[in-house]
Ligand binder design. Structure first.
Ligand SMILES: [Zn+2]
Ligand SMILES: [Zn+2]
Length: 226
């Protein structure tokens, strides 16, 4: 089994990532794909991929960080995309959720950063790993602009949420789908209209990928354990 989206590059693991990786391998996990959300965490993901043969990296700027990039960010992403063991551009996308730390990042900026990274993915022929939250309509509209170029290996939507029509559109465009431990949480997450435990049933098995988004979204019954 492969974890196609985790954040061993995050602060939560700075003291024990080696232990966590070894424990996961011992439990039977074969490969881990570590995803970046900024230049810094993307570089860290590449470092981990260089250090462990069972780790690969996905690099990119998360939409929530679209207002924090500095000039030349795109050149850095382009360079990282060419490194060995980098297997995707992510997590990239659109996110209209209002975070406690700084609310919603300017959608225009999010779009600019997302589009540039879609272009980098196409140029380097490596798939996208898309993060979307409450922004399904705009994500579909943006990706549709690149429909013909994305046909061969579009990539995947990570931590999928939304509703059935949205899921169908994403599947029709050739994307794979990842769900996380939050499919075990009861009730609806704020702003959602379809329970994840229902939605997951409509994703065909041959289009599903396994992911954790660790250190986040621990499934029930382990959710609040340390
Ligand atoms: Zn995400
Ligand atoms: Zn993530």
């Amino acid at each position: 089994m492969i974890d196609v989206h985790c954040h061993l590059n995050f602060k939560a693991f700075e003291n024990d990532y080696d232990e966590v990786i070894k424990r996961a391998l011992k439990k039977g996990l074969e490969l881990m794909i570590v995803t970046g959300t900024s230049i810094e965490s993307s570089k860290k993901a590449v470092e981990l991929a260089q250090k462990y043969k069972e780790i690969y990296a996905i690099i990119g700027i998360h939409p929530h960080h679209a207002d924090k990039v500095e000039n030349g960010w795109d050149t850095e992403i382009e360079q990282l995309a060419k490194m060995s063991k980098v297997v995707g551009i992510g997590e990239v996308g659109m996110d209209y959720y209002s975070y406690k730390s700084n609310g919603v990042t300017d959608p225009k900026l999010q779009r600019k950063i997302f589009e540039k990274q879609i272009e980098i993915s196409i140029e380097n022929k490596i798939p996208l790993q898309i993060h979307g939250r409450h922004a399904g309509k705009d994500i579909i509209e943006i990706i549709s602009q690149y429909k013909n170029q994305l046909l061969e290996i579009p990539g995947m939507f990570h931590c999928f949420a939304g509703n059935l029509p949205y899921l169908k559109k994403v599947l029709n465009m050739g994307f794979y789908i990842g769900f996380d431990g939050n499919i075990t949480y009861e009730g609806l997450a704020p702003g959602e209209d379809t329970a994840l435990s229902d939605l997951v049933k409509y994703a065909p098995l041959d289009r599903l990928v396994t992911e954790t988004d660790s250190p986040y979204l621990t499934p029930i019954p382990y959710r609040w354990q340390k």
